[in-house]
Design a protein around this ligand. Structure first.
Ligand code: SAH
Ligand code: SF4
Length: 411
């Protein structure tokens, strides 16, 4: 049984009520129930039509508004004139890991590209089979973490609520067609979810609502690079989904380089906000650490992280860096990751080493979109590499970066 634990967010996408936009008509899956109810009432339609529409949109068996057989033809026409059944215009799917990872590159109405990754985890040792979808919240990202393909692409635009929800509908339809169902959703694709928080919350509400997608909030994880006001807002709302913090480093000089947002909200503030969130919601906080050889995997960094998180109800995931073009870096070797994990565990911090999925098709989101964008000029790539080497070397000596905060972040 699923239960809606999020407060009703009476928040329409601007596009749900505004006039023509370059994105076309609003997507049906992103309409807040009150907006759809008002639209139906305006046309003298009975209120139960809303349920019929939601069943069709989220049921996974109908491919267009015209096919919703439960609705009168006139209503189908009116809906088609005002809304879209799907906001994903085109999708290119690549399957890898012997069918265990399916990476999708979606094209939106204005040509913006986003990625989602479906990962299948077969049943094993008492653990049930899982199908986890990683979705995007923005096209590109303004935060600019240098080990991330999306960060290198820069910021495109915020996704609309329906564009977030439709990534889920896309994969859910594929799963339903093979007799399976989606079990988990993680906001770990392109973009910083807490910098598009209104739309992300509206999407989670649609995904969580038993009358719409109906996935329990405990099966939803939102990952953030550390937008402190966003974390505090989530704490005030009291939602029950899992919060994951992309930590990567416990020392400010290094985190300034790896997560440029750290210059605005330093690591101690991020962890304090996460700690408060954990206390207020009773949920364990997940920390993600992308392990980069010789950069953030030293004994000094392991000890700093152990000191920072000691005594917290936290879980740390150590993830070897996915190879990304245009960085000077590679993944930490497994023995180094194991040593790092041992330091954290000795401080009583639960730690898991994660295997990377779908490396050959670039499972770290942004890589397919980057391929489409084409190769940047070689001198620019060389400059970027040497800047990163210099910055991370300075960080090892404990110097804080004096680079400004990236434009468009956390204004
Ligand atoms: N912007 C949010 C959510 C999207 S990124 C955030 O940063 O948390 C999701 C996760 O993928 C983050 O933990 C990020 O650090 C990680 N990631 C990005 N590039 C990676 C790479 N090359 N290898 C491994 N993990 C990567
Ligand atoms: Fe943005 Fe997350 Fe990539 Fe950093 S890791 S650039 S916050 S998507």
């Amino acid at each position: 049984m699923t239960r809606s634990v999020l407060p009703a967010i009476a928040l329409a996408d601007a596009s749900a009520t505004a006039g023509p936009s370059p994105l076309g008509r609003p997507g049906l899956s992103g309409l807040p129930p009150n907006v759809l109810a008002a639209w139906l009432a305006d046309r003298g339609e009975p209120s139960y039509r809303a349920r019929q529409i939601a069943d069709a949109v989220f049921g996974g068996t109908v491919a267009s508004i015209e096919e919703i057989a439960t609705l009168p033809v006139g209503l189908r026409r009116a809906l088609t004139a005002d809304f879209r059944f799907d906001t994903l215009v085109d999708t290119d799917v690549r399957v890898t890991d012997e069918g265990l990872t399916e990476k999708a590159l979606h094209t939106l109405a204005d040509g913006a590209l986003i990625e989602s990754v479906l990962m299948h985890y077969p049943q094993r040792r008492g653990a049930r089979e899982r199908h986890t979808l990683c979705i995007s919240s923005q096209s590109g990202c303004a935060v600019g973490c240098p080990f991330c393909a999306t960060g290198e692409l820069g910021f495109g635009r915020d996704l609309q609520t329906a564009e977030i929800v439709d990534q889920v509908r896309f994969s859910s339809r594929r799963l339903i067609a093979s007799g399976r169902r989606l079990t988990n959703i993680v906001f770990m694709g392109m973009g910083e979810p807490l910098l598009n928080l209104d739309r992300v919350l509206a999407a989670i509400e649609a995904l969580n609502d038993p009358h719409r997608f109906g996935l329990g909030a405990r099966h939803i994880t939102v990952s953030t690079s550390g937008v402190v006001p966003g974390i505090r807002r989530l704490t005030a709302l009291g939602p029950q989904f899992t919060l994951a913090i992309s930590l990567h480093a416990a020392r400010d000089p290094l985190r300034d380089v790896l997560v440029p947002l750290n210059r605005r909200w330093p690591v101690a503030e991020v962890v304090a906000a996460a700690r408060d969130h954990g206390r207020a919601t009773g949920r364990r906080i997940s920390y993600e650490v992308t392990m980069i050889s010789g950069v953030n995997d030293t004994d000094l960094d392991a000890q700093a992280m152990a000191d920072l998180l000691r005594g917290d109800h936290a879980h740390v995931n150590l993830i070897p860096m996915n190879p990304v073009a245009h960085t000077p870096w590679t993944a930490s070797p497994m023995p180094v990751i194991e040593r790092f994990a041992a330091t954290l565990e000795a401080a009583g911090i639960q730690t898991t080493i994660r295997r990377n999925r779908g490396q050959e098709v670039g499972a770290a989101c942004g890589q397919l979109a980057a391929e489409r964008a084409g190769e940047p000029p070689a001198p620019a790539v060389a400059r970027r590499r040497s800047r990163l080497i210099a910055e991370s070397a300075a960080a090892l000596l404990g110097e804080r970066s004096h680079e400004p905060v990236p434009a468009g972040v956390g204004d």
